[in-house]
Design a protein around this ligand. Sequence first.
Ligand code: G6P
Length: 362
Amino acid sequence: LSAQKDGYRFFMEKEIYEQADVITDTLLGRLSVDSVIFDELDKSLFEGINEIKLCACGTSYHSALSASYMFERYSKIKTSVEVASEFRYREPIMTNDTLFIVISQSGETADTLETLKMAKKAGLKTLVICNVDNSSMVRLADSSILTRAGVEKGVASTKAFATQVTIFWMLSLYVAKLKNSLTSDEIASQIHLLREVPASVKVSDAMHEKIKRLSKRYLHGHGFFFIGRDVFYPLALEGALKLKEISYLHAEGYPSGEMKHGPIALADPELFTIALLPQHLLYEKSKSNVEELSARDSTICAISPIEFDKADDYIRTKEHAHYMLEFFEMMVAVQLLSLEISIRLGNDVDMPRNLAKSVTVE
Ligand code: G6P
């Protein structure tokens, strides 16, 4: 088995390093100069659709949250997201101008599969974003888009998430073209950026070494807050989930601007704040939220291309042309941070206690 790890310590580490390649595969044949091509989708899929509802569990739910920002910002279509286990039992209102999208690495998660059945029964059009061809969800949904992440062995999802977010960025542009919500030039320039995603997730030795070294400061404490704004809020949720899953330390993802409404009461040197500070999205606002925490003595680890003098630790990301490229590089940083903390704690990174790769029972 260790041979298959190709010299990496854990499958999760190998899968983090594979992200550039699997995103390249995910983009393959799906981009022209000024449009996104999904041969697998019928153009009529979006006809009569005024709203998108996304439903998923775990990491896939976080990619769905990131999608909601892109669908509203780029496709100008009303979008909502829900955890599948909640949606199932709350008697939701389903109208047939809604496209129902489920997201799943495995295509077998019981709660998500059930919401897909409910949507079909209610007569909604359905789409699944999935990593496993011929899985239950792919067979059931009207349409499907495969993420091409390859087999993911680590229980903590990394490369599947990366490809899901890539698909959602593409799909939001695909819809933008159908609805004319962006100009051709705007779509062309975003497609140009999409081609940069593989390079943005390529792990740099400098970053990995830095994270290995600084991880030793983060093995105790009474809690972690991963904070971000906009699409970096779902990334903060995902960073916190990764850390919980494999380090067993308490971590929460929180919107940066919401810390002052409660969590800031926890701030002291034993509270670790992992701050996502992209250059191209609400930088000043996010920075002042981090300064409030720093003034209350929280230990701050800033992830940013801009050096932040109030930070105790600093993970430098590259300068990118667009916040989505910053998103992808920061995704790698939070994945590596969880990995290195978990390894230092002596945990089995690939087989965390109490968790299963795919939850096929309720
Ligand atoms: C389990 C896994 C998570 C995963 C979730 C949803 O809880 O441990 O890593 O995100 O299921 O799985 P899916 O296959 O539906 O994406």
